[in-house]
Design a protein around this ligand. Structure first.
Ligand SMILES: [Mn+2]
Length: 274
C-alpha cells in the first residue's frame, strides 16, 4: 500500500527512552600531540573541558581546567610551560556509547564526581560530550498511542516518554498520566476511522497518499465493512475514496482473490473504483 500510494515508509522507532546520544553535544577534540597552549585556548572559548582523541578517532581522555591551572601555577607565568603536548596531561573520564540508555546509568551519574562524560559510537569513536546536568534531566519523547493504549504494547521505553494523547478502539489498559490528555477510545472497526475523523474535526484534508492509506486501513480492519465490528462511522470513511488520487483506483479489486472474498461483487461498492 505504501508503494501504491507513493509513500516513503516511516522511520521505524524501536525505542524512545532517552539515550546518551540524545544529550551529546558535538565538541571538537584535540589530538594528543597538540600543544597545551591550544587546550588553553579552547577553555578561553568557553568550553568546560578539552577532549583528546587518537588518530583513529577514539578518545584517550580529557584535559581539565584544573590540570592546566596547575601547570600554570607551577610555571609561575612561564608560557613555555604550555609547549608540551596534551598527552602529558590527559586524564581518564567515563565513556558511554551513544545508544546507552541514560536510566540504566542514573545512579552512577548521580554519584560521579565528574560533570562531563565522553560519548562514543558503536565502534568506540568519539562523538561528543554529555554533561551531568543534561543527563539527569534528558528531553523526554512525546508519544501519541495509536491503535493501542497500554504501555505493554507500546514502543520500548514508552514508560520514559510523555504520553500526550491516545487514539484507539481497544479495551482500556491505559497508564496514568501526569496531566490531562486528549483521550479518544471509541468502539469503531478501525483506528484509521478515528484518525480520519480527527482530520475532519480539525478541518484538515489528508493529502492523496495519506487518504489512500487511511482508507486501506479501514477496508482491511473491517474486512471491507463486513466485519461485525464495522460501524456506520467506518462506512462513512468511503468518502476518502474521492481523495485518494490514482492510487485509489480499484483499491478493492486489486487485492488477491480470496483475501477479501466477495468484496469485488459487493453491491454499492462505489468506494472501490474511480
Ligand atoms: Mn485496530
Amino acid at each position: 500500500m505504501l508503494e501504491r500510494f507513493k509513500q516513503t515508509p516511516p522511520r521505524l522507532l524501536s525505542a524512545v527512552a532517552p539515550t546518551f546520544g540524545h544529550v551529546t553535544r558535538p565538541q571538537a577534540a584535540l589530538a594528543p600531540e597538540t600543544p597545551l597552549s591550544q587546550a588553553m585556548a579552547r577553555l578561553a572559548q568557553g568550553e568546560p573541558i578539552v577532549p583528546v582523541i587518537d588518530a583513529e578517532g577514539k578518545p584517550t581522555g580529557v584535559v581539565t581546567p584544573l590540570a592546566l591551572a596547575r601547570v600554570y601555577s607551577l610555571a609561575i607565568g612561564n608560557l613555555d610551560a604550555f609547549a608540551p603536548s596534551c598527552r602529558s596531561l590527559v586524564e581518564a573520564l567515563p565513556v558511554f556509547q551513544a545508544r546507552d540508555r541514560i536510566s540504566d546509568h542514573r545512579s552512577f551519574l548521580m554519584r560521579s564526581d565528574s560533570n562531563e562524560f565522553i560519548v562514543v559510537d558503536d565502534a568506540g569513536r568519539y562523538l561528543g560530550m554529555a554533561s551531568q546536568r543534561h543527563l539527569l534531566q534528558p528531553p523526554r519523547a512525546r508519544l501519541i498511542l495509536v491503535d493501542h493504549n497500554e504501555l505493554s504494547q507500546a514502543v520500548n521505553g514508552a514508560e520514559e516518554a510523555d504520553i500526550v494523547a491516545v487514539l484507539d478502539h481497544h479495551r482500556l489498559g491505559n497508564p496514568p498520566t501526569a496531566a490531562p490528555i486528549p483521550f479518544v477510545v471509541d468502539p469503531v472497526g478501525s483506528t484509521s476511522t478515528l484518525v480520519a475523523e480527527q482530520c475532519r474535526s480539525h478541518n484538515l484534508t489528508p493529502p492523496e497518499g495519506l487518504a489512500g492509506l487511511l482508507l486501506s486501513g479501514v477496508l482491511s480492519d473491517t474486512l471491507v465493512f463486513r466485519s461485525p465490528t464495522a460501524t456506520e462511522r467506518d462506512r462513512g470513511r468511503r468518502r476518502l475514496a474521492g481523495r485518494t488520487g490514482r492510487g485509489g483506483c480499484g483499491i478493492v479489486r486489486r487485492r488477491p482473490a480470496g483475501r477479501c472474498a466477495g468484496a469485488e461483487h459487493a453491491p454499492g461498492n462505489r468506494y472501490c473504483g474511480r
